[in-house]
Design a protein around this ligand. Structure first.
Ligand code: ARG
Length: 363
């Protein structure tokens, strides 16, 4: 390994350990000893291994540092599952299913992450999915069926031998690839996927649209970097903010494009922009999302509450002597953004470490 890489890891490790041990209330002596031990390990092997406590706090810090996340008030509640000891793909899949059941918790969603072997360790894996639960998308002659954002991954799954019913809400399989091996796919056990059928509190015909979404967003394709160590497979989840589903997934014209359908159901005048039919349809669709999740006992947050929580997070961080970074364009909600406090703020979007980062798709 090039010396520059080793020097960089050493530098990142020392910075992370110093910060983490301080936050965990450990003594300077303990931090110093641990840093010395890690420096030696890096010198001898080019890398080092986190203790469980370091992994746990590092994963939480990475959430706290994520500039695009409005839900960071809860960073310290993250449950961290250590899966660095997996044997093979089957073992990895069963850890993932356990994570999914824990997180779903019959609807009372618990934020969690499962961390698989680091990039320098044996048995490292990649998860091909963008999210653990996601709907397939098919580019058919009649047009796109399902989720357009899944078209490439769906084709990759079909190439691996996965077959489906071709509906607009087919749950994709889990695809795991061990280093240097062929990818393997696994159907998600039914009990790991909670689904919410959408209904509207006033409009009884809304459920005839047969819309639905899954309960838990599990991001599976980002890498986690803690103190210079990269974990390529570290799927994590929180709960949804309603607008992610109602103002993006189901309403973007290049996703499920449901605003015209909802407008028709409510008989809004779609012949002119000035009727604001899109805005009215957005509101009804988002009311349906929040109503349905609540009705089915599934955790969800509306964008006003989430924005208030974000401002509380900033205060809380201030209280701990830390500043908050954030990316304004991601933190403002896609509906009525100027009605939230975040709109009126300016934010520094410097990227900090530990961090969750994008990585190239393996397929
Ligand atoms: N926006 C993504 C989606 O709609 C999910 C991103 C993570 N969201 C979350 N609430 N943790 O599926």
């Amino acid at each position: 390994m090039a010396t520059t890489t080793i020097e960089k890891i050493a530098e990142q490790a020392a910075a992370f350990l110093g910060e983490a041990y301080f936050e965990l209330g450990k003594s300077e002596e303990e931090a110093k000893l641990r840093i010395e031990e890690v420096m030696l390990q890096i010198e001898q092997t080019g890398s080092y291994t986190h203790t469980y406590d370091e992994l746990k706090h590092g994963a939480k810090m990475a959430w706290r540092n994520n500039n695009r996340c409005i839900g960071r008030l809860f960073w310290n509640t993250l449950e961290v599952f250590d899966a660095r000891d997996i044997q093979d793909e089957h073992d990895a899949a069963s850890r993932i299913f356990q994570h999914m059941s824990f997180a779903t918790n019959n609807g009372r969603i618990r934020p969690a992450i499962t961390v698989f072997p680091a990039n320098h360790a044996p048995n490292r894996i990649r998860i091909w999915n963008h999210q653990l639960v996601r709907y397939a998308g098919y580019d058919k002659a009649e047009g796109i069926v399902g989720d357009s954002s899944s078209i490439a991954f769906t084709a990759a799954c079909e190439k691996l031998g996965w077959t489906s019913e071709g509906t607009r809400f087919d749950v994709l399989p889990l695809v795991i690839q061990r280093d240097g091996e062929a990818p393997q796919w696994f159907s998600l056990p039914q009990e790991t996927v909670l689904t919410v059928p959408l209904s509207h509190p006033e409009n009884e015909d809304f459920e005839k649209l047969k819309l639905q979404w899954y309960a838990v967003p599990f991001i599976a394709d980002m890498e986690l970097e803690i103190g210079g160590i990269i974990y390529h497979a570290a799927p994590f989840n929180g709960w949804y903010m309603g607008t992610e589903i109602g103002a993006r997934n189901l309403s973007d014209t290049d996703r499920y494009n449901q605003l015209p359908t909802v407008a028709k159901l409510f008989q809004f005048d779609t012949t002119t922009n000035t009727s604001l039919w899109k805005d009215r349809a957005l509101i009804e669709l988002n009311i349906a999302v929040l109503h349905s999740y609540r009705k089915h006992g599934v955790s969800i947050v509306d964008h006003h509450t989430a924005a208030e929580q974000f401002l509380r997070f900033e205060k809380q961080e201030q209280g701990h002597g830390r500043t908050v970074t954030g990316r304004w364009s991601w933190l403002i909600p896609p509906m009525s953004p100027a009605t939230t406090g975040i709109w009126h703020r300016s934010l520094d979007d410097t990227e900090r470490s530990p961090a969750y980062r994008y990585q190239p798709a393996p397929y």
